[in-house]
Design a protein around this ligand. Structure first.
Ligand code: PLP
Length: 486
């Protein structure tokens, strides 16, 4: 980026002319970045601390020109990033960005409104309700489910478990947990494969980490319902209070799907809140042929879905649907005096459903993504990612030097090298070394995961820019790396 300009004035904002010039420049920068992203090194080679060391230790005392700041962005910051939007970034769950998502973020930043009450920005609240309703329909949840937008699934799950805890009728909102001899132990259940955000929620809510029971999973990494019920019954016999079960549709390591219908029946029988973490797998509901993955989810008390994982909305945008919005309000509704005039009684005030007061206008980018792609466009992109994952799985199965480590129900493939007469620990080390070595090339990005004590390679597809050629190139890189390393 070019041209130094006069320093900013000491009062007010940057001049309108200067802003317009830089805005055009940044718009071109963003378009160039998107157009050339596939040619970049995905991950940096920096050592920890190198980037901070290249920047001043204190904020500047005097105004600096925007051009100089943008130059440092190119010189120091961008080379130190992992380019999650690269089409060969196959780590974690892809959190793709998209053109409409970027435009939505830019406009939301310019508007900078807060959707805390209806009155503080009516259109921000009402657009949030509209987008939540569109998504609810696409997910095939019944209209008994009411939604709320949070930043992440971790926060969505924390709010769901706060509601579940209040639903126990132990007066915890008012009286708290500390110093109470009348309280039983509160128990939360999830499979061994459930995300760590369940533990973090329980820690945050004062339930205590040791009160999360990790129920064993079967051969396909799904919770075993009989084992779950046995744990609940044992806890009840011991005088504990089962509070919630967290079932997962699309677990982090393998995208396995817990048998939600059976779990829901157990929860109903014992009066336990069912929360479904469909942060990743919820997107499957858009495809008629993949709707099996969300079977039974409509019966859940709450469901978390992350459009920032597989519905092409850029970070961050997570949704919690609940059949019991009243329980969320019972925990979080609180109107301080200074907001009383703004908290309209006959409109939605989203501040009542969570700990956040100020709320970003996240609905705007989702609205722009959903409109730009249309439901059919979302569907075909998800379908293509599943096709690519299954294609890769077929290549792996056809190669005697590799094997699949888990079924491939969605767009994540877990696999590893296959070697006769080689100790398991050496194979684990080789899988780990392959991931590291591939990532060091900067041409593709993988992660590893642990499955039943073994280390395997994990490749997740979820980027709108990813094509079959990117998957094939990565597969060739993995094969060549494996052959070179042993
Ligand atoms: N649930 C599952 C199944 C996940 O895989 C993840 C993260 O990848 C989360 C929840 C947490 O998501 P977030 O980063 O939105 O908190």
């Amino acid at each position: 980026m070019s041209n130094d300009e006069p320093a900013c004035p000491t009062l007010g904002d940057v001049s309108a002319a200067e802003f317009r010039a830089r805005l055009h420049e940044v718009a071109d920068w963003i378009a160039d970045y998107r157009e050339t992203i596939a040619t970049r090194r995905i991950s940096p080679q920096e050592r920890p601390g190198a980037i901070a060391a290249a920047l001043p230790a204190s904020a500047p005392a005097h105004p600096e020109p925007l051009a100089a700041i943008l130059r440092d962005l190119d010189r120091v910051i961008v080379p130190g990033l992992v380019h999650w939007g690269h089409p060969a970034f196959f780590g974690y769950f892809g959190s793709t960005t998209t053109a409409p998502g970027i435009l939505g973020e830019m406009i939301a930043a310019a508007l900078n409104v807060s959707a805390m009450t209806w009155r503080t920005s009516p259109a921000a609240t009402e657009l949030e309700s509209v987008v939540l309703e569109w998504l609810r329909q696409m997910l095939h949840l019944s209209d008994r489910h009411q939604g709320i937008v949070y930043d992440t699934a971790s926060v969505a799950t924390m709010h769901a478990l706060a509601a579940a805890r209040e639903a126990l009728g132990l007066d915890i909102r008012r009286s708290g947990l500390a110093g109470r001899a009348d309280l039983p132990r509160i128990k939360v259940y999830a499979s061994s494969e459930a995300h760590s955000s369940v533990d973090k929620a329980v820690i945050t809510l004062g339930i205590g980490e040791e009160n999360v029971t990790r129920v064993p999973a079967d051969d396909e990494y799904r919770i075993v319902p009989a084992a779950l019920e046995a744990e609940i019954l044992k806890d009840m016999a011991d005088g504990h209070r089962p509070c919630a079960v967290v079932a997962t549709v699309g677990t982090t390591s393998t995208t396995s799907v817990d048998p939600v219908e059976e779990i829901a029946a157990i929860c109903r029988k014992h009066g336990v809140w069912l929360h479904v973490d469909a942060a990743y797998g919820g997107a499957m509901a858009l495809l008629p042929e993949e709707r099996w993955a969300m079977a039974g989810v409509d019966a859940a008390d709450s469901v978390a879905v992350n459009p920032h994982k597989w519905l092409f909305v850029p970070l961050d945008f997570s949704v919690l649907y609940t059949r019991r919005p009243g329980m969320l309000r019972a925990v979080f509704a609180l109107t301080p005096e200074y907001l009383r005039g703004d908290a309209s009684a006959n409109a939605e005030n989203y501040m009542d459903y969570g700990i956040q007061l100020g709320r970003r206008f996240r609905a705007l980018k989702a609205w722009m993504v959903f409109r730009t792609f249309g439901e059919e466009g979302l569907r075909s992109r998800i379908r293509e990612h599943i096709r690519l994952a299954r294609l890769l799985a077929s290549w792996i199965e056809a190669d005697p030097a590799f094997e699949l480590a888990a079924p491939v129900p969605m767009a994540v493939v877990c696999f590893g090298v296959k070697r006769e007469n080689v100790p398991a620990r050496e194979i684990d080390r080789l899988n780990e070394a392959i991931v590291q070595s591939v990532n060091e090339t900067g041409e593709a990005y993988l992660t590893q995961t642990g499955l039943r004590g073994r280390t395997v390679i994990r490749l997740a597809i979820g980027n709108v820019l990813t094509t079959e050629a990117h998957v094939a190139a990565c597969w060739e890189l993995v094969r060549a790396t494996a052959a070179r390393l042993g």
